[in-house]
Design a protein around this ligand. Sequence first.
Ligand code: DQA
Length: 155
Amino acid sequence: MSQSSSAKSILVLHGPNLNLLGSREPDVYGRVTLDEINARLTTLAGANGAKVCCFQSNAEAELVERVQQARADGTQFIVINPAAFTHTSVALRDALAAVAIPFIEVHLSNVFAREAFRKESFFSDLAVGVISGLGAAGYEFAVQFALTGMASRHP
Ligand code: DQA
């Protein structure tokens, strides 16, 4: 087996407006920027012999296409914060169902303590699990879980 096909690979997807993290409603989403989150995840994965690919888009179609690409590029686990698409996107849900790659749904804020529409998710029932309200650390917990799960499946 070649190095590239055996490398543990996690795709981290960030939905709309998450490019503004750090300055966007910091009382809700914190002051950590998206670049800082991605850097932490890259370091965490690298320390465990894995790699992460981080992708953010404000466009639903681009996120759908990136999920479809994951089926061909060796992605073994997906961590996704669909952001506002959590509450609206059947297309992104269907893409994740189609590729059948296990994923964790992450939210920085506690969506259950906010407006009623944020309690509805098109993703949670398909997800391995959901992390909500732990800020940027939620992504790290999700990647840590993915690393542990992949290690047990691919010793
Ligand atoms: C969010 C929660 C969503 O309701 C919101 O639309 C976001 C971010 C979060 O990380 O807390 O953009 O997914």
